[in-house]
Design a protein around this ligand. Sequence first.
Ligand code: ZN
Length: 150
Amino acid sequence: MSLEELYKEVILDHYAHPRNHGQVEHPTAEVHLHNPSCGDDIYLDVAVKDGTITEARFRGAGCSISQASASMMTESVQGMTVDRARRLVTSFHAMMRGEGTVQDGSPDLVALAGVAKFPVRVKCALLAWDALQKALDQAEGENLHDGQKA
Ligand code: ZN
């Protein structure tokens, strides 16, 4: 089996058996993003406590790349600090520009490196990560609000 075939298997496995599928009971942030170029939808729920992502779950519909990327993303950031997750978002963006591979998070993430060669599919892969970035912005705003109340 070539590396390319192996990566395809990893992506299809996440698509068929998405990790962290569903909703967070008491989310700090909820984000819905739509990718019109492919028709992908991602609904992301994130719970953040004391600067750490305690839970990340998603629902969605769309192509295998978009859903597998969401599955790998939620698997990666579960238990991460918000700062570390933001750095991972930045390095995932770099990987989608063909600039190296990510060094943190789920080891399955490297399976998406080949997507960089297909600009149309890059939007599919980035959808969940854009949703995460938005959710973390929301969550940090919420924490600030809590701080002011205290
Ligand atoms: Zn797509």
